[in-house]
Design a protein around this ligand. Structure first.
Ligand SMILES: *Cc1c(COP(=O)(O)O)cnc(C)c1O
Length: 482
């Protein structure tokens, strides 16, 4: 394809994207396809001869759009928001168009330096400590793995340069809670700690937040047992209920025992744009690393996850592919991002953030986040005030965990009379909503029972949409009992 052919096709594609985005509110939220429906519409073999651009574009409408759950829909209340604001889409397109190769500073100086500056803008916008440095990773799962590897090397005094974990005398242990994201256990497994050495610290039964006293006790027991406590992963906004582990009470314990403290704020990090929400990370200056996803609520197109560390020199020493392990980041004049994470080749991901911040501006982003927090408060307060509805976890952010509790299944005192029937009821009304295509919510397990998460924060979701989903919840929950 020549630049002139690209120009013509590209204009058509931009028009198509704009039309598609305008049409999203009229589409079913949950994809109405069955397994195999999409693949069946594609030929088994790749085309032999080149096709017309317009026939490819037509297949976006015919095959692709019906095969997508509409995450940008105003009635999307599933998992977590995964906004893709159009200003950042432009930055992503520019990044692809530039075709830059980020393997060293020299291969694309602007790729490195725009990332350094934008990541620091984001640090300032979220109030993180001045000396912290960061990089953009694909996902919070990768960022967590990188942090856990840094923790492993701190605890083992750079065992990677010797026999690795295989030559360690004492098992290294990691602490988190059962509410931490599955990527934490995955990182612990992949980093070679072994699942036997992942400790699930008790949580407060009402808030689902880590109990610092229980963490301390587990560490002390492990020390007596001959283990070496290596890291604690604190969740600021768990995926299930957006529980907030008490960071300020956990940091002294981590410091006292020399543990690496990683903060997973994948979802909640966006809230740090709001000064009134910075309490979420009280104590952060005593932590070692923090990861969060602009690609969730903030609205930067997937994939954009920020990992900040207090001591970049340590990270570089762990991740460096150069044999000179003692080299520090300040030795050279430039940042080599290949030494800040796992991949060598990196995309120009900073552009989508750069475009978004410059084109939308932080104030408009803050206004949207405040809107969503207020809408979640409205839903929680309304549900609390409605007979037979219960809000099952504190609402600190934009996610509300709800259950419809009919009187014959749950007593007025809150005792569950028939758990199996309650679960069946919850799944029935939630699945009915999702199957209808009118809205999407996520059933999820909490304390061994099904609840329904209503996660507010799609870019297009206004209070009227939250009112509409609340009406739908009541209709479907009532309807399934008839
Ligand atoms: C979404 C989420 C993750 C994983 O994010 P990815 O970027 O999809 O890997 C990790 N932790 C929490 C708390 C999350 O909400």
């Amino acid at each position: 394809m020549t630049p002139e052919e690209f120009r013509t096709a590209g204009h058509a594609l931009i028009d198509w994207i704009a039309d598609y985005r305008k049409s999203v509110p009229s589409l079913p939220v949950q994809a109405q396809v069955k397994p195999g429906d999409v693949a069946r519409q594609l030929p088994a073999e790749a085309p032999v001869a080149p096709e017309e651009f317009m026939s490819v574009l037509a297949d976006l409408d015919r095959v692709v759009v019906p095969g997508l759950t509409q995450i940008q829909h105003p009635m999307y209340f599933g998992w977590f928001p995964s906004n893709a604001v159009l200003s950042s889409v432009l930055g992503d397109l520019a990044a692809s168009g530039l075709g830059a190769l980020g393997i060293t500073w020299q291969s694309a100086p602007a790729l490195t330096e725009v990332e350094e500056v934008v990541v620091d803008w984001m640090r300032r916008l979220t109030g993180l400590p001045a000396q912290w440095r960061g990089a953009i990773h694909d996902t919070a799962s990768t960022a967590c793995l990188v942090a856990i590897l840094a923790a492993r090397e701190q605890a083992s005094d750079y065992s990677e340069a010797r026999g690795g974990l295989q030559s360690e005398q004492a098992p290294l242990t990691v602490y988190t809670t059962e509410h931490a994201h599955s990527s934490v256990a995955k990182a612990v497994a992949l980093a070679g700690f072994g699942m036997d050495n992942l400790r699930l610290v008790e949580v407060d039964p009402d808030t689902y937040a880590m109990r610092p006293d229980s963490l301390r006790q587990m560490i002390e027991e492990d020390l007596l047992r001959g283990c070496k406590p290596a890291a604690v992963v604190v969740s600021i906004g768990t995926t299930g209920t957006t529980a907030i582990d008490p960071l300020a009470e956990i940091t002294p314990i981590a410091r006292e025992h020399g543990l690496w403290l990683h903060v997973d704020a994948a979802m909640a990090g966006s809230a740090l744009f709001l000064p009134e929400m910075r309490w979420l990370v009280d104590g952060i200056s005593e932590a070692d690393s923090l990861a969060w996803n602009p690609h969730k609520w903030l609205g930067t197109v997937l994939d954009c996850s920020l990992l900040y560390v207090r001591d970049p020199q340590h990270l570089v020493r762990v991740m460096s592919t150069n044999p000179s392990y003692l080299r520090s980041t300040v030795d050279g004049e430039v940042t080599q991002y290949k030494d800040w994470g796992i991949p060598l080749g990196r995309r120009f991901r900073a552009l989508k953030l750069w475009f978004q911040l410059r084109l939308d501006g932080p104030e408009a982003i803050r206004a949207r986040l405040r809107r969503d927090l207020a809408n979640a408060r409205w839903l929680a307060d309304t549900a609390e005030a409605t007979p037979n509805w219960r809000v099952l976890a504190p609402v600190h952010l934009q996610t509300v965990c709800l259950r419809h509790e009919p009187s014959h299944l749950v007593s007025t005192g809150g005792d569950i009379l028939d758990g199996e029937a309650l679960d069946a009821h919850t799944l029935a009304w939630a699945d009915a909503i999702n199957a209808s295509g009118a809205a999407l919510v996520t059933p999820s397990r909490l304390n061994g029972r099904w609840v329904v998460r209503v996660s507010i924060g799609a870019e297009l979701t206004e209070l009227s949409d939250v009112e509409a989903v609340w009406k739908l919840l009541r209709e479907k929950a009532g309807a399934t009992l008839q």
